[in-house]
Design a protein around this ligand. Structure first.
Ligand code: PLP
Length: 386
């Protein structure tokens, strides 16, 4: 059966070149980079080289990078670590469409006595910048607002947010997990204080991520242990994973000029064909600037869950809500925050294309999706999977 993978915001396939870059660090160069003997020296040198290369890719200094296990860990470290560094400030600002890897650590801090402002978004998934400015207080310890939303692809104006927040001398963390590798990003030009990266969103493996923390931004460790990553994130480094991440960044840098426009053309054709061929459909966040690979489409009268099941049967893979929560049965908190009713949110499906998505994959998906929606709307028991 043909397989059309349209769930690249959930995870991406490891690029063969990435895998090749990783393998030696499981075999001949398996040593611990902290070991003083010969087996440690090659992994230690690789670690230094990867840090330098990734720093060049992101436009920062190597010393500003801390390797972690994933995007979730990076967000937790930024939030907890920055708050712990200044215990006199007890107010946090975030927004309602953040990933649970930000919202849940922030809610934990609220349970621990912090005051939390969760900024609402409008129907396009945007915060009001004046409201942001007005909610910054003398005791605001951290603003954490994402760059690209994982469910809708909606981009938040991080550069303007960074300017507003920097003018008040408050640290600004941005969850950039979905943006890295899909959009060019230059930390030299973007005044954020920390960002999170997750390897498996850009064709590196699962189990590796990083946190950028601008020099001078105080951030205490969450894990306590040895001196790896200057003590900021102790634990023996995942050298193979980091080698894979560095290779994935190199590959992303090579394709970043053309990737956004190529993938946007495919995404737009997919989206526009659905809107014109299938009545009762709408794109969530259509009026906003979005990631070029993502579209979140509402199919009135059918549930996202039924769509996913029927698409799976013909080899088309997408998701309803974020992968971390799909199956939970709750309507998406992102779509709800944008004003969709629970029913509308439940009838939405996220399609996220990847570099390997071909024009014929889009044709195949369009053909089947049109038929699936028609069948589901007719309510045939077969179509409903009963
Ligand atoms: N932040 C965003 C915006 C995400 O989309 C995800 C994963 O879907 C994460 C954080 C969590 O990243 P990880 O799976 O590496 O923990």
């Amino acid at each position: 059966m043909k397989s059309v993978y349209l769930d690249n915001n959930a995870t991406t396939a490891v690029d063969p070149e990435v895998l090749e870059a990783m393998l030696p660090f499981y075999t001949e160069h398996f040593g611990n980079p902290s070991s003083a003997h010969r087996h440690g020296s090659h992994p230690a040198a690789k670690l230094r080289a990867c840090r330098n290369d990734i720093a060049a890719f992101l436009g920062c200094s190597p010393g500003e990078l801390t390797f972690t296990s994933c995007g979730t860990e990076s967000n937790n470290l930024a939030i907890r670590g920055i708050l712990d560094a200044d215990e006199n400030k007890r107010h946090i600002i975030t927004c309602s469409v953040e990933h649970s890897a930000v919202l849940n650590p922030v809610k934990r801090m609220r349970d621990m006595g912090y005051d939390v402002t969760i900024l609402p978004v409008d129907s396009e998934g945007q915060i009001d910048l004046q409201e942001l400015e007005g909610s910054i207080r003398d005791d605001t310890a951290l603003v954490t607002i994402m760059y690209a939303n994982n469910e809708t692809g909606v981009l938040l104006p991080v550069d303007r947010i960074a300017e507003i927040v920097a003018a008040r001398g408050v640290p600004y963390h941005s969850d950039t997990v979905q943006a890295i590798g899909k959009l060019p990003l230059d930390l030299g030009a973007l005044p954020v204080d920390s960002i999170s990266v997750s390897g498996h969103k850009l064709h590196a493996p699962k189990g590796v991520g990083l946190l950028y923390i601008r020099k001078g931004t105080r951030c205490r460790p969450v894990l306590l242990g040895g001196t790896q990553e200057k003590g900021r994130r102790p634990g023996t480094e995942n050298v193979a994973g980091i080698a894979g991440l560095a290779k994935a960044c190199e590959l992303a840098a090579a394709r970043i000029e053309n990737y956004p426009k190529d993938i946007r053309a495919l995404r737009d054709r997919f989206e526009q064909t659905i809107l014109s061929e299938i009545p009762g459909t709408a794109v969530n966040g259509a009026g906003a600037e979005r990631l070029p690979n993502t579209t979140n489409i509402r199919f009135d009268g059918v549930t996202g869950g039924a769509m996913l099941m029927h698409m799976d049967e013909v080899g088309i893979y997408a998701s309803a809500g974020s992968a971390c929560k799909s199956g939970a049965g709750e309507p998406s908190h992102v779509l709800s925050a944008m004003g969709l009713t629970p029913e509308q949110a439940r009838s939405s499906v996220r399609f996220s294309l990847g570099g390997e998505t071909k024009s014929e994959d889009i044709d195949y998906a369009l053909d089947h999706i049109t038929r699936i929606v028609n069948r589901l709307r007719k309510g045939s028991p077969q179509a409903a999977g009963q």
